[in-house]
Ligand binder design. Sequence first.
Ligand SMILES: Cc1ncc(COP(=O)(O)O)c(C=O)c1O
Length: 364
Amino acid sequence: MSQYKLLTPGPLTTTKTVKEQMFNDRCTWDEEYKNLTQSIRKKLLEIGNADENNFTTVLQQGSGSFVVESVLQTALSDDDHILIICNGAYGERMIKMVQKLNKSMTPVYLPYNDIPNINELKKIINNDKSITHIAFVHCETTTGILNPIEELCEIAKESKVKIIVDAMSSFGGIPINIKSLDIDYLISSANKCIQGVPGFGFVIAKRETLKLCEGNANSVSLDLYDQWLNMDVDGKWRFTSPTHVVGAFKQAIIELEEEGGVEERNKRYQRNNNYIINEMKKIGFEPFIKTEVQSPIITTFLYPNELFEFNRFYEFMKKHNFILYPGKLLDTPSFRIGNIGDLHRNDFDLMIELIKLYQIEVGE
Ligand SMILES: Cc1ncc(COP(=O)(O)O)c(C=O)c1O
C-alpha cells in the first residue's frame, strides 16, 4: 500500500517511529503499561500549562466525538444551562449532543466564516443568569477558522460560567495556557496536533469542577467522572484500552518535545500554512477564511472556476500520493488542505508543483 501524505487534519501523516510503536503488544494489567498511561496524563498537563494540583487528565476510548460527548454528558446536571457557539460542523455536533441529552441550551449560530462578537455574547450571558456553561470550538476544522479563545474565556470567567473548549484540532499545535485561561474542560484527541494515531481522546479538566459531576452522566461508557476515578487509582483504564495507540502516542509526545514543544511545532505549522496560502493564491485559489482569523492548521479553498472538478483533482493528487480533503461548506464549492502531521516544506513544494501540473494537464 502507498505511503500517502495525508493533507487531512487527523488521521494525519505520522512518522515511521510513531507507527513502529504499534508493533509492540502491551498488557493493560501490567505495571509498565499503567505507568505509561500515568506518564501520558502528566505530559498532557505540561503541554497544556495546567498544574497537577488543580487539573487532571482523563483519557477516553473512542474518536474525538466520543470524548466531546462524554464531557457534555458528565459536565451538565439537570439544573445546568449551556451556551454553545456554533460557526461550523463541530459546534453543530455539540448542539445535537446536548439536544439528545435534553439539557437546557442556548445555541448561538454564526456564519461559518465569522467569529463571535464578544460584546453581543457578554449581553446574552449577562441577561440570562441561568447560563452555567459555555462551550466553543477553538479551531473549527470545518473551515479552519480560529475562534478567539482568550476573549471567550475572559467573558466566561467574568460571569463565573464554566468553560468547555473543543481544542481537538489545535491542542499541541497552538499554545494554550489552560491554567491562566481558567478552562474547566479542554478536549482533544490522539490523532491531531500531537501527531499520534486515532483510537482515544483526552480531557484536561479542572479537579474542583470535575469533582462536582458525580452522577450527572446518563451513560456508563461515557461517564468521564467514573473514568477519572478509575484511572486515577493507578493508570488502569476502565474497559479495554487501545494499547497500540497509547504506545504510539507516547512516542508522538517524545517527538513533539524533540521538535521543541508546542511553540516550535506551531511555528512549523504557521510557516507551512502561510506558504500554502501564498502559493495557492498565485495559481488562482482563494481561501474562504480571512487572514486575521485563519488558523495554521487547515485551509478551505474555493473552487477556482466553474470547470473545476474536485473528484478529478483528488484522483490526480492521490495518484501522486497526496490525499486532499473535501470541503464542508453547504452552499459554496470548496476543498481543504490540512497541514498538520509529519509534513514539511519539501512536501508542500511538491504539492504545489503537482497542482500546477494538474492545471497544465487538465486545463482547470
Ligand atoms: C474541532 C473538532 N471537534 C470534533 C471533532 C470530532 O472528532 P472525531 O471525528 O474524531 O470524532 C473533530 C474532528 O476532526 C474536530 O476537528
